[in-house]
Design a protein. Sequence first.
Length: 268
Amino acid sequence: PRWYPARQSIKLDPKGNSLRDEEILQHLPVGTTATLYFKDLGPQIGWSTVFLIEYTGPLFIYFLFYFRMPFVYGLDERFTSSPHPVVNLACICHSFHYIKRLIETIFVHRFSHGTMPLRNIVKNCFYYWGFSAWLAYYINHPLYTPPSYGRKQINFAVTMFLLCEAGNFSIHVALSDLQRNGSKTRKIPYPTKNPFTWLFFFVSCPNYTYEVGTWISFTIMTQCVPVGLFTLLYFIQMTVWAKDKHCTYLREFKDYPSFRMPIIPFLL
């Protein structure tokens, strides 16, 4: 009884992939007898809960630096506002990004895997919370200098940011619609009437493409080196996930569009 279904992994081969919950024993490639391999995956936590914890942290951590709490920059700078409007704009964009993610977690996302190992939440929170603190420290620092090209650079970045956020949201809605009525059957995603989904013509994971675009625009907006380094690491991680998902599509669907790339059209 202590091995509830979510923490069980059942395999036909010790080195193979776990069997999916919806698979039926008599449909598996076995004869009249079969050996099943069991593995305890450890305590599990729901993906919705994971995302809510991951995304709520950066939202509030950023405000500690934005309002210049006394224990961050020192007593001389406590509760003072930045003279640069871009700092206020960066806070609005950062908050909007994570509020959007929280809304998507509650109302949009449908998870094919209901849980993840509880131990992973520490690693994930360290990543999201730690980077948010690192970015916020420099963007809201009393010595922060605004972008070199001023208002033109900021306006371009904000426009790019909003377009990428809209695109990311549109892709998530389109992916969610593929699993209506609780269906867990994997389907090939295709573009819809929404122009933001037309990126499906060229890549398998346009939500990752838009996500990277969001952070590139945030880097341009703030012209901050730590934001650029975070964006680079984020792009590397998104590329790894996109390649894995792209390979899964190719493996499961013989008629999968051959001209699609994982994350960057025509390149990667």
